[in-house]
Design a protein around this ligand. Structure first.
Ligand code: ADP
Length: 531
C-alpha cells in the first residue's frame, strides 16, 4: 500500500533478515531487506525509507562504515539508524556508533517487542514529517495560486486605471472642442458695449461660468497627464512673493462677494526654481478652497516665509475644517470630505490631488492641518528655496493687451464652423481680412489664391490634416510662404514637436486665449514691417 512506511533492514545473514522481517510484520510497514552495503544503498535510493535497522558486523563494508556513508549523504542524513550487535558493546564501540550517526543500539537476540516499539516511534515521526511536508507543499501551491491571482487582479486594476486615464484625456480633449468657439465668442462679447444692462450681466455670468468649466476640464486633463507621467514642468527662477500676490489678487472678487477678509504676511526675498503656471494653479486652488469653505465674513490668512532651505506658503481659513481621519484623504483623486449635504460646496475633488503631485514634482510638498470640523484648516505648500545671494529677478508685469498694429490677410482653416466664425469675427474686428476654409484641401487652395500673411490652421481636419497642409504650403510657396500657426486641442510636447517639424512657427492650444493670439499677430506684423 502507498501509505506503508518503508523500513530497511541490513544484515549479511539471510535468516537474520527473515527473523527481523517476521518481527516487523505489520500492514503499515513495508520491509526492505539488504544483505550488503551496495544493496542497502540501492534500496535507499529507490525508496523513501523511514528507519534503518543495521547489523554492525558485516563482511566488506561494516555497519559503522555504511552508517557513515548514509549520514554523509544529504538526502539520507535524517534517517534514524538502529544498530544490531551480537555482543555487549564496549564504550568505544558505542562512541564509534554514535559518531557514525546511530540513534540506538539493540543487542541480539533482539527482543521483538522492544524493536517493534522503537521502530513504531520512528514510523510515527516519519508519518508526521511526511504530513508536514505535504501540508507545506499544499500551502506553497496555495500561496503561488494566490500570488498569481493577485498579479492578475493587479494587472486588471492597472489596465482599468490606464483606461480611465485615457478616457479622461479623450473626454477632456473632446470637451475642449466645443468650448473653443464659446470661449472666443464670449471674449468677443465681453469687449462689446452691451445693448442693455441685463445682457451685460448675462454675458458676465456666462463668461464666469465658462471660465469655471475650462478650469474643470483643465483639471481633468492634468489628472490624466500626471497619472501617466506626461506632465512637464517649465521651470524658471520665480519671485514667489509676486506669484503669491497675484494669486491673492485673483481671489479678491470672490472675497468681496462673500465679505471675506484676506490678510497676508509675505517675505519679499524668497525665490524658487519652479513652473510659474503650475505654482499659480496650486495656490489658486488653495485660495479658492479657503474661500469656498469659509463662512461669509471669515478671514483668510496667507503667509510666505523662508524656513531654512524651504519656501513655505501657508493658507489658513476659519471655515469648515477637516476631521482628523480625512486629513490625508483630501489629497486623493475624486475625494471630497463627507459633510452634512447643506454645507458641502460642489467640486470634482481633483485640485488638491493635482496640487500635491505638482508640489512633489518640484521637490516640495503640500500638506494640511486642521483642528477638526468647523475649526478651519491650514494648507502648506513647501518648495526648495533658491539661495539668497542671487536676488530674484522681478517678474515682468503682464503685457497689457493692446490692439494689433497693421492689417493682415489671414486664412483660417478650421472644420468647426462655429469656432471658425467667431474667430473670424474677432480677427476682422481687429482690422484683419479673414478667409475661412473648413477642410484641408480647400484651405490649401485658399492659401494659393489669397496669398495671406498668416495661416491659422486646425490640425485635425477632414481631407488632409493641418500638418500636411503646412508641409504642402511650405513646399508649394517656398520663400514667400505665410506664417503658419497651428490651432489645436492637443498640447503635449510630442504634439508641439510634430507641428514644429511640419514648419508651424507657433502652436496654440484651444481654447485659444485671445491675448496669446494677439501676440502672435503682433509678431507677424512686426516681422513684415522689418522685412
Ligand atoms: P474640490 O474642492 O474641487 O472638491 P480639492 O481637491 O481642491 O477638490 O479638495 C478636495 C476636498 O478637500 C474638498 O472637496 C473638501 O472636502 C476638502 N477641502 C479642501 N480644502 C478645504 C478647506 N480649506 N477647508 C475644508 N475642506 C477642504
Amino acid at each position: 500500500m502507498d501509505d506503508a512506511i518503508s523500513i530497511l533492514i541490513v544484515d549479511d545473514e539471510q535468516r537474520n533478515l527473515d527473523a527481523l522481517e517476521a518481527v516487523l510484520t505489520d500492514p503499515s510497514y513495508r520491509v526492505l531487506k539488504a544483505t550488503d552495503a551496495d544493496e542497502a544503498l540501492r534500496l535507499l535510493l529507490d525508496n523513501d525509507v523511514a528507519a534503518i535497522v543495521l547489523d554492525i558486523k558485516m563482511p566488506g563494508v561494516s555497519g559503522f562504515e555504511l552508517a557513515r556513508l548514509i549520514k554523509g549523504t544529504k538526502r539520507f542524513r535524517e534517517i534514524p539508524i538502529v544498530f544490531l550487535t551480537a555482543y555487549m558493546m564496549e564504550d568505544q564501540d558505542v562512541l564509534a556508533g554514535y559518531g557514525a550517526g546511530a540513534v540506538d543500539y539493540l543487542t541480539k537476540p533482539v527482543h521483538p517487542q522492544v524493536l517493534r516499539h522503537k521502530l513504531s516511534v520512528f514510523a510515527e515521526l516519519f508519518r508526521k514529517t511526511r504530513a508536514l511536508a505535504e501540508l507545506n507543499a499544499t500551502l506553497e501551491t496555495r500561496v503561488s495560486e494566490r500570488t498569481a491571482e493577485l498579479e492578475r487582479s493587479e494587472a486588471a486594476l492597472r489596465r482599468a486605471a490606464e483606461q480611465k486615464d485615457a478616457f479622461l484625456a479623450t473626454l477632456a480633449h473632446e470637451l475642449r472642442n466645443p468650448l473653443a468657439p464659446l470661449r472666443t465668442g464670449l471674449d468677443y462679447l465681453v469687449h462689446q458695449p452691451a445693448p442693455t444692462p441685463a445682457i451685460g450681466r448675462v454675458v458676465g455670468t456666462m463668461n464666469r461660468q465658462l471660465d469655471h468649466m475650462v478650469r474643470l476640464i483643465d483639471d481633468l486633463l492634468d489628472v490624466a497627464r500626471v497619472s501617466r507621467g506626461l506632465l512637464e514642468l517649465k521651470r524658471e527662477r520665480l519671485d514667489l512673493s509676486a506669484v503669491v500676490r497675484e494669486a491673492i489678487g485673483d481671489l479678491h472678487p470672490v472675497a468681496q462677494s462673500r465679505s471675506l477678509v484676506i490678510t497676508s504676511s509675505i517675505d519679499e526675498r524668497v525665490a524658487v526654481d519652479a513652473d510659474r503656471t503650475r505654482i499659480r494653479q496650486i495656490l489658486g486652488n488653495l485660495l479658492d478652497n479657503a474661500a469656498k469653505f469659509s463662512p461669509a465674513g471669515g478671514t483668510i490668512r496667507v503667509e510666505l516665509v523662508r524656513e531654512r532651505d524651504r519656501a513655505i506658503v501657508r493658507v489658513t481659513d476659519e471655515g469648515l475644517g477637516i476631521p482628523d481621519d480625512q486629513l490625508d484623504r483630501v489629497f486623493e483623486m475624486f475625494t471630497r470630505v463627507e459633510r452634512r449635504a447643506s454645507t458641502s460646496p460642489a467640486g470634482l475633488g481633483l485640485g488638491l490631488a493635482i496640487g500635491r503631485q505638482l508640489a512633489e514634482m518640484h521637490g516640495g510638498s503640500l500638506t494640511v492641518q486642521s483642528r477638526g470640523p468647523d475649526q478651519g484648516a491650514t494648507f502648506a505648500l513647501a518648495l526648495p528655496a533658491l539661495p539668497h545671494e542671487t536676488a530674484p529677478s522681478v517678474a515682468p508685469p503682464a503685457a497689457a493687451p493692446r490692439q494689433s498694429a497693421g492689417r493682415l490677410r489671414v486664412v483660417l482653416i478650421e472644420d468647426n464652423v462655429d469656432a471658425a466664425e467667431v474667430l473670424a469675427l474677432w480677427l476682422e474686428d481687429l482690422g484683419h481680412t479673414v478667409s475661412v476654409a473648413n477642410d484641408g484641401l480647400e484651405g490649401l487652395e485658399l492659401v494659393q489664391s489669397v496669398r495671406p500673411a498668416l495661416v491659422l490652421c486646425d490640425i485635425g481636419l477632414p481631407g488632409i490634416d493641418g500638418v500636411e497642409v503646412c508641409r504642402r504650403v511650405k513646399a508649394q510657396i517656398g520663400d514667400g510662404a505665410p506664417a503658419m500657426v497651428a490651432l489645436t486641442g492637443w498640447g503635449m510636447p510630442t504634439d508641439r514637436e510634430r507641428t514644429k517639424q511640419a514648419g508651424f512657427q507657433d502652436h496654440l492650444v484651444k481654447p485659444v486665449a485671445l491675448d496669446k493670439l494677439r501676440e502672435v499677430l503682433d509678431r507677424v506684423v512686426a516681422a513684415r514691417e522689418s522685412a
